[in-house]
Design a protein around this ligand. Structure first.
Ligand code: HEC
Length: 180
């Protein structure tokens, strides 16, 4: 027993570390959401989805990369139904997403997760939930997502999987990897 806890010591996070990285992760994801959705909504008000989709296509990754540099972390948004192939999930990310989906089904609260991987890197995960403003580009085709918008999306993302969502659904997760 004693030996086991000595060995696992280097491989688990203390309560203080968990709290520290939960706080950092929350700050980073809130800032990133503000940045991305703010710019997206500006484009929407200028020219609707026809303006905002190409903008996201070109700018979403550079914006996230800039924020990654600012915070010295790796910021990623991912999903089990992706639109942008650059955002494809790892095995662990898929597991986390499915955990959140199961919690939601049971009516439980979705909270962030901080953990250490086998290489000793710290990760922060938090759910991304669909709200009404997302549906014009991620909703049900022929409803909030018009046929026209869907065809614009398909011209940029021929393998798009990220439609058919309802308000409150788990769209995916924020996945932050800390460098130290
Ligand atoms: C104007 C259309 C539009 C709206 C509105 C929109 N998105 Fe997206 N979304 C996109 C496009 C285009 C991409 C692919 C580019 C990227 O962001 O990497 C994307 C990608 C994503 C991704 C990354 C995973 C993936 O599938 O590539 C997440 C997560 C996401 N959207 C969540 C949301 C949420 C949550 C909302 C509402 C708060 C929202 N989106 C609103 C167009 C939109």
């Amino acid at each position: 027993m004693i030996l086991l806890s000595v060995f696992s010591c280097g491989k688990s996070l203390s309560l203080e570390e968990k709290q520290e990285f939960t706080k950092k992760g929350k700050e980073i994801t809130q800032d990133s959401f503000k940045e991305l959705s703010g710019k997206l909504m500006d484009q929407m008000s200028i020219g609707g989805p026809a303006q905002a989709i190409p903008f996201c296509n070109i700018q979403a990754i550079p914006i996230t990369n800039q924020l990654s540099e600012k915070y010295n972390v790796l910021i990623k948004r991912t999903s089990d139904k992706i639109r942008n192939l650059t955002n494809h999930p790892t095995k662990r990310e898929i597991e986390i997403i499915s955990t959140y989906k199961n919690l939601l089904k049971k009516g439980k609260l979705l909270t962030s997760i901080v953990e250490l991987d086998s290489d000793g890197l710290k990760h922060y995960y938090a759910p991304i939930v669909i709200n009404s403003t997302c549906l014009v580009c991620h909703g049900k085709k022929g409803e909030q997502l018009t046929v026209k918008t869907d065809s614009i999306i398909n011209s940029f993302y021929p393998n798009d999987n990220a439609i058919g969502y309802h308000e409150g659904d788990v769209r995916g997760i924020w996945s932050i990897t800390f460098n130290n």
